[in-house]
Design a protein around this ligand. Structure first.
Ligand code: HH2
Length: 334
């Protein structure tokens, strides 16, 4: 039976003499939880972890789009769609989108993630030409306005990704983890652009109908491991791959919570880890806050738990709240 090794992360003030850095960053671990299907988790000492697993957990992650992964980075969300679940229709006029992009950068975004197709539960498919017409002019206008922040394009389609890279984007964010468009992997390989592979079960249209897993944490991990292997086989360097458990994408509340509780497992894939919880439905369920844009405090709380488990990139809508929380959290844990 496959064994999985989840580092139990400690912040610097709590580290013991035999702790080691997690992924070459500012967090540490001195124990590991072994997970196995059908068995209760067990905590073991580092000396009992196989050398190859230790090496992956400890190795520094490469810079992504020129950004060091040794300290957390904030990715600001800019949806240029009429129907995104939290900001749909707010930025679909080009000048509003550009103003919001610049405001996100001013507010502290290290990366902008621009999307032209909503992937919220129940969302409909957007043809590539329409998606291109939404995102490309905004990327061009941001670059023309002097914005130098790395731009990621949130798309499942190679045609859109290619047009966005041509317009000045430098990262790809594929919520289908290469399973939607067979041309995405070769595009990422030839362009050399970093790519985020996000786990989703099913298509946005139907994914929340009845998501099912044997063991959600291990199933999502296995799927991402397989997609990382596929990406590497297509010529994408592991150093350019970011992994993301895909909170809310074909997951119930319990699935989301299990993934968040076990998040540090994903460092075992040897890639930077991205987390997107911002304003999501489950935060509304947990807090009783119905309006997506009012779920700021819940988003920050769960985002900080992601950072505590060593997530390198946090994808957020409310940049100012997170940009305020981050240095405070770093000061008390660093
Ligand atoms: N979540 C959304 C969209 N893209 N990409 C990654 N890597 N991780 C995520 O968690 C993620 C994502 C959904 O949020 P949003 O973009 O605000 O909504 P919509 O899909 O309705 O545009």
């Amino acid at each position: 039976m496959t064994q999985y090794f989840r580092p139990l992360v400690t912040a610097a003030p709590d580290r013991s003499a035999h702790s080691v850095p997690l992924a070459g960053g500012g967090l540490f671990f001195d124990r590991v939880q072994i997970l196995e299907r059908g068995r209760a988790p067990e905590v073991i000492a580092l000396s009992d972890v196989p050398n190859d697993a230790m090496a992956v957990l400890m190795a520094s992650r490469a810079d992504i789009a020129g950004l060091s992964m040794t300290a957390p980075k904030l990715m600001g969300v800019l949806n240029v769609t009429p129907d995104s679940f939290s900001d749909g229709g707010k930025f679909d006029a080009r000048e509003d989108a550009v103003a919001q992009g610049l405001a996100l950068v001013k507010g502290g975004a290290d990366i902008l993630d621009i999307g032209g197709e909503s992937t919220r539960p129940g969302a409909s498919f957007v043809p590539a030409d329409e998606e291109i017409a939404r995102v490309v002019p905004v990327i061009e206008a941001l670059r023309a306005a002097g914005c130098e922040t790395p731009i990621s394009v949130d798309t499942r389609k190679a045609e859109v990704a290619k047009a966005a890279l041509g317009a000045g984007a430098s990262l790809l964010n594929d919520v289908s983890a290469l399973s939607f468009d067979p041309d995405m992997a070769p595009l990422a390989a030839t362009s050399g652009a970093p790519i985020c592979l996000m786990h989703a079960q099913g298509d946005p249209k139907t994914m929340q109908e009845q998501p099912e897993y044997g063991d959600v944490l291990l199933d999502v991990y296995d799927h991402l491991a397989a997609q990382v292997d596929l990406a590497i086989a297509a010529g994408i360097a592991r150093a350019q791959i970011i992994v993301d458990p895909g909170i809310g994408f074909g997951k119930t509340l319990d699935h989301n919570l299990a993934l968040l509780r076990g998040l540090s497992l994903f460092h075992g894939l040897g890639c930077a880890v991205l987390l997107g919880v911002s304003r999501k439905r489950f935060i509304g369920t947990l807090s009783g806050v119905e309006a997506a844009e009012a779920r700021v405090m819940g988003s920050v709380a769960i985002g900080l738990e992601g950072l505590r488990q060593g997530v390198q990139i946090l994808r957020v809508h409310d940049i100012e709240a997170h940009a305020q929380a981050l240095p405070c959290w770093q000061a008390v844990t660093g």
